[in-house]
Design a protein around this ligand. Sequence first.
Ligand code: SF4
Length: 360
Amino acid sequence: MRETPYYSYVVGELPEGCKYCVRGEKLVLFVTGVCPRNCFYCPLSPWRRKDVVYANERPVKSVKDIIEEAKIQDARGAGVTGGDPLARLSRTIEYIKALKEEFGKKFHIHLYTTGILADEKALQKLYDAGLDEIRFHPDLFEPNSKFLQREIENMKKAFDFSWDVGGEVPAVPGFGDRIKWFASLLDNMGGRFLNINELEFSETNLRNLLTRGYRPISDESSAIKGSLELGLEILEWGEKNTSLNYHLCTAKLKDAVQLRNRLIRMAKNVARPYMEITEDGTLRFGIAEYEDLEELYELLVEEAGVPEEWLYINWEKKRIEMPVEVAEELADAIEGDVKFYIVEEYPTWDRVEVERIPLN
Ligand code: SF4
C-alpha cells in the first residue's frame, strides 16, 4: 500500500476513472436523483433525490448544456452518477453517446450503479454506447437487504463485456467484514478494482449517522471517525489476500485536490479580463454596489474617468465588476452610498461567493 500525492492510498494501480478525477478532468454527470435504494448514509439533499439532471453544478435542460459544461471544464471524461443512472437508462445512454460523439472515443466515461437494474439488456446498451468502466455499489450495509442478491447476480453479468468492472463503497465503520466479503467476491469474479470512499456527513445524512453512533472527526471536518482507519485496514488486508487494485479516496482528496483542480481548469475558461485566478481556482475581482447601476456606471466613466473596458455591469447580481486595484482606488475616492468590495467566487455555474472584503 502506498500514499498518493493526492492524500489518498492505493494498492496496485489507481482505477482509470480515478486518474482523470484527481486531475479535475472528470465532468460529474448527475443523470437522475431517482434510486431504488434508501441507504442511511445517502448524502443527497432532498432536492437532488428527485428526477433532476446536473452537469457539475449546472442544471441540465438538454444535451447541449452538458457539452457546454464539459467544454468549460476542458473535461477529458465524465463520471455518470445519481441516484442510480440505470433508473433512467435511455437518458443515460443518450448522454454517453452524445459525449463520445462530441469528444471522441478517448473521452473516458465511468458509471456508478447499485446493480439492481443492471440486467443483460441494460448492460449491453451501456456497452454499445461506449461506457468504459462500471462501478457497482451493492447494498452491503443493510442487514437482510432485499436487493443484494440481485445486485451481485447482475454484477456477474457485467464480466461478459470488455470494460473495467469494479466496486465502489463507503468505508462504514463496523462493516469491515462485509466490505472484505465483497472485495473477495469481486476478486474471484475477475474484478479490476475496489474504490473505497472515506465516509462523510452531509446536511442530509447527519442525523442518520449520529443516531447510529457515528461522529465527525472534528468540528472542521465532515469525515466520520474511524472510516479512514477502516479503509486502511481493508487495503492492508486486500493486499495480502486478494489481487484486486484498491483506492482509498479520502475527504481531503475530494476537497483539496479534485475540486481545486476542477476549479482551476474552469477558471481559465470563464475568467473575464478583470478577474484574477487564485491558486485555489477561485475568481477574485472588485465590485461596486449601488441602487441605480446606470447612474453609477456614468459616474465611474464620466466623473471618475474609469475606462469602460475595465467595467462590467452584472445586472443579475446588481453590481458593477472591475479589477481589484480599480475598486481599491475608487473606494478611497468616492464618497456616498456606493459600497465597494473585493469578492472571491467559484468559477462554477452557480458562482458561489466564498469571500467578500468591504473596502469602504
Ligand atoms: S445507492 Fe447511492 S444514491 Fe441510492 S440511496 Fe444509496 S447512497 Fe443514495
